[in-house]
Design a binder for this molecule. Structure first.
Ligand SMILES: Nc1ncnc2c1ncn2[C@@H]1O[C@H](COP(=O)(O)OP(=O)(O)OP(=O)(O)O)[C@@H](O)[C@H]1O
Length: 659
């Protein structure tokens, strides 16, 4: 980009040296202000969180499934081992540790997001009361490692929709005020009307996106906020700003627990507590100053000019590069852990946990603000949100509307004009057009779903864990929001193809043709989304839907082989395919009452035996004419059936997916 202009300080344009000195002075002053703000006296804690003896064990299969003896054997792995700590409101606790040490799993365990794949032991107490499993979600706000936000919404819209989902009973005015307050608290007011942005188009910065994710959680006034690596992939200055901001949030009577990789040494004073994890164990948990003394007493001094965070994480990490290093580093970690468990810091932490449990005047559990659920209202907000997001995606909308038309152009170019002379392909061309209309439509729907839905699914996974709505509601919102686009796309396609190549020129037949082609198109998208509920990998779903479509065409359409000539089992199976009904309907729509001409090149006997379209119907699809209405009903019944399957699929997802 081109940049013009200059700047002046007190009316004078500074030379290079002055600029450096002044900017250094400026940075130092800002920093001092930040420390002043964080260092404010805080009020008496009103909320305390105690985590007592959390352990999590998973069992894994040893071998691949084709090696049955080893596959049968399982080995258990302890991911979290007897983790206990205590935090009061007003404090920010940083959890450090090398990759795989169990930081994320600890946050998942505390917030009740651990799936059913392992055994979780231990308890979480808030204000001296043991939390029930179903209460975890209502108590903690959890900011995931990745920002799952809709790219085309502005910051203000993103927060407003979240507030409408979370605080449904509030008036529009109250929600507006709440959103403005949260934006002000997280310094987002200046980007309120900027779009979030994504991989393909620019939007707000990475740090601002992180702050939007945190702001979404703050809308429900949580007293306890958990953040999984909120500084990942941010530059060190922005990462610092985020941690300082979190410290400020904690100062306002909240508990903030944050996992973090490589914090800068200046953040040493920002954290109220530091926990270091290694191999699922809490190797140390205490105040930053206590950490330095503790490690020095263990004989592991932090060398001068080194970042204590990095050094202590190194001291406690197990190096698995070779067995010798592994044994040595494991022993060191074990030695430090034992020293911590013998230390006064550990004993005083256990006492605090005990005190918390024995508190007589126990304040109420500080649940997040939540309103009684109203399914229709949530669905309406979700629908508005997805429609607004898609409507801003001009390229996406254009592609959706034009993809069938582009396909229609290919077909029209190939066929040019249908002839009524059977020696000039009157039957073959018509059957070809019907085949193409039914067989290709599901693919365009499938491609749309695979491109758009996984991102929405990630958002739905997170927000349903936050208790905003259920995953199946997000599924319904997605399907309803694509319906108008699908209908329009199919109408554009059929209007072009039908009249350009000269299919049966009757407006009722045209409407029937469009209505039939719509179902395979929507079914392709619907089936893909249904499978994406239970299958995580979109590529697998792609392959699965493509194979199902091919099987449906083979068994149901009767194009390759007449249904009557197929084995009985396939004949029964054909009733389960939408291709059977759509094919019969299109054959009748096009061929019924159609008269053919015949001008054979050679006067061969039987060359002109077919004179009308009804002969085609009776030979290939006997009884299809009398089943016309029934076929329509059966074809359209696939849509509610798939909607129901989708709801079941996303209810299963609720149970099996960790986030
Ligand atoms: N359900 C599970 N089944 C098997 N292993 C698991 C499961 N959950 C976690 N683990 C394993 O537990 C270990 C700790 O994982 P976790 O994600 O908590 O680490 P982390 O400290 O957050 O790592 P990072 O900093 O890289 O995100 C990893 O080795 C991970 O593979």
């Amino acid at each position: 980009r081109e940049m013009n202009g200059s700047y002046s300080m007190q009316g004078v344009e500074p030379d290079k040296g002055t600029k450096c000195r002044e900017s250094f002075k400026f940075v130092s002053e800002v920093k001092r202000d930040v420390w002043k703000e964080i260092g404010e006296e805080r009020s008496e804690p009103t909320c305390s969180l105690s985590v007592s003896k959390i352990s999590y064990t998973v069992s894994e299969r040893l071998g691949p499934w084709w090696d049955l003896p080893s596959y049968r054997k399982r080995w258990t792995r302890q991911i979290l081992n007897d983790v206990s700590f205590h935090v009061d409101s007003g404090q920010i606790m940083g959890i450090l540790g090398n990759s795989g040490s169990g930081k994320t799993t600890l946050l998942d365990a505390i917030s009740g997001r651990i799936g059913n794949s392992g055994t979780l032991l231990g308890d979480v107490f808030i204000n001296g009361r043991k939390l029930k499993r179903e209460e975890y979600q209502d108590c903690f706000s959890y900011v995931l490692q990745s920002d799952n936000l809709l790219s085309y919404l502005t910051v203000e819209e993103t927060l407003t929709y979240t507030a409408q989902l979370a605080l449904r009973k509030h008036s529009a005015e109250a929600i507006k005020k709440k959103v403005s307050a949260v934006m002000a608290e997280l310094s987002l007011t200046h980007v309120a009307h900027s779009v979030i942005g994504g991989r393909v188009f620019p939007g707000i910065s990475g740090g601002e996106r992180r702050r939007v994710s945190i702001a979404s959680q703050l809308l429900q006034d949580p007293r306890v906020i958990l953040l999984d690596e909120p500084t990942t992939s941010l530059d060190s200055m922005t990462a610092n700003q985020i941690v300082v901001l979190l410290a400020q949030l904690a100062r306002r009577n909240r508990i903030v627990i944050v996992t973090i990789h490589q914090p800068r040494s200046e953040l040493f004073r920002v954290f109220s507590r530091i926990a270091i994890m290694s191999c699922g164990k809490l190797v140390f948990c205490g105040q930053p100053e206590e950490m330095v003394d503790f490690f020095s007493q263990c004989g592991y001094e932090c060398p001068e000019y080194c970042n204590p965070f990095d050094i202590y994480v190194d001291f406690t990490s197990v190096d698995t590069r070779n067995s010798e290093r592994e044994a040595a580093t494991f022993n060191r970690m074990h030695e430090i852990t034992s020293a911590y468990q013998r230390s006064a810091i550990y004993q005083s932490m256990l006492e605090k946990v005990e005190q918390n449990l024995q508190q007589t005047d126990k304040p109420a559990i500080p649940f997040k603000s939540k309103e009684s659920p109203n399914g229709a209202a949530k669905l309406e907000v979700l629908l508005r949100r997805t429609v607004r997001n898609l409507s801003r995606d001009r390229m996406g909308v254009l592609m959706r509307l034009s993809q069938n038309l582009i396909y229609g152009l290919f077909v029209a170019f190939f066929v040019m004009h249908l002839d009524n002379d059977i020696t000039k392909g009157a039957i073959q061309d018509r059957i070809g057009i019907i085949y193409q209309s039914i067989a290709a439509s599901p693919y365009t729907g499938m491609l749309n779903a695979v491109a758009l839905f996984p991102a929405l699914r990630a958002i739905g996974d997170q927000e349903s864990q936050d208790g905003l709505y259920s995953k199946w509601q997000m599924f319904l919102a997605y399907i309803f929001h694509i319906l108008p686009f699908s209908i329009l796309s199919v109408i554009i396609f059929t209007s072009f193809l039908y009249w350009t190549i000269g299919m049966n020129p009757d407006s009722v037949r045209f409407l029937c043709f469009s209505a039939v082609v719509l179902v395979p198109h929507i079914t392709g998208e619907l089936l893909t989304v249904v499978l994406l509920g239970v299958v995580q990998d979109p590529n697998m779903v792609n392959t699965g839907v493509a194979l199902l479509n091919i099987a449906g065409i083979l068994v149901g359409s009767g194009f390759l082989r007449s249904t009557q000539q197929m084995p009985e089992v396939f004949q029964w199976l054909s009733y389960l395919t939408f291709q059977k009904y759509s094919c019969e309907l299109l054959i009748v729509t096009e061929f019924h009452g159609l008269n053919f001409t015949c001008t054979p090149l050679l006067p061969l006997p039987g060359a002109c035996v077919i004179t009308g379209g009804d002969q085609i119907i009776e030979q290939g699809y006997p009884g299809a004419l009398s089943r016309y209405t029934l076929d329509f009903v059966l074809l359209y019944s696939f849509l509610p059936a798939l909607l129901l399957l989708g709801i079941i699929s996303f209810k299963i997802r609720d149970k099996v997916i960790r986030h």
